[in-house]
Design a binder for this molecule. Sequence first.
Ligand SMILES: CC(C)(COP(=O)(O)OP(=O)(O)OC[C@H]1O[C@@H](n2cnc3c(N)ncnc32)[C@H](O)[C@@H]1OP(=O)(O)O)[C@@H](O)C(=O)NCCC(=O)NCCS
Length: 146
Amino acid sequence: MNIEMKEVDAAVVLPIRQKVLREGKPIEMCKMPGDELSSSIHLGLFYENKLAGIATLMVDAHPDFPDLSQLRLRGMAVLPEFQKKQLGKLLIEEAINISQKKHADILWFNARETAIGFYEKFDFSVKGNGFLIEDVGNHFLMYKEL
Ligand SMILES: CC(C)(COP(=O)(O)OP(=O)(O)OC[C@H]1O[C@@H](n2cnc3c(N)ncnc32)[C@H](O)[C@@H]1OP(=O)(O)O)[C@@H](O)C(=O)NCCC(=O)NCCS
């Protein structure tokens, strides 16, 4: 089994964002502000040379964490046919590693309610109440001190 994690260009992550996170929406809607910044890191996880999972790290400060150095995780997704093979684990662990190397105090993101249990396995905590993101569903702020 050949599994490889690589940094990829923003354009590379768009098809998986579209398929997994924005099903039925145009690819333009899968772009995120900051995608093209040099400080943004797009991770691609290749399973047998096929892109199977993605995650993006961005410099973005959440007002709930004043005075802390922060990175934000966005667009974390594994294609359905590759889920439950520990690929999500590899992606989140790499995101944590990179954040630690960059001396961030906190890694945070807005998690889909359905994924909270996944992130809790890696010691992320929920902060505050849920909120609705239109067309996507209920979300919760989650974070981990590094
Ligand atoms: C959430 C997601 C990234 C997890 O990726 P994955 O490759 O399926 O997860 P893994 O196989 O690495 O799972 C690692 C562990 O988390 C558990 N897990 C996976 N998804 C879970 C979920 N949604 N809720 C609770 N636990 C979950 C697995 O059972 C596994 O547990 P184990 O180590 O005890 O066996 C993936 O299912 C996905 O892309 N889902 C749809 C998009 C999404 O929700 N993205 C997150 C947006 S915030």
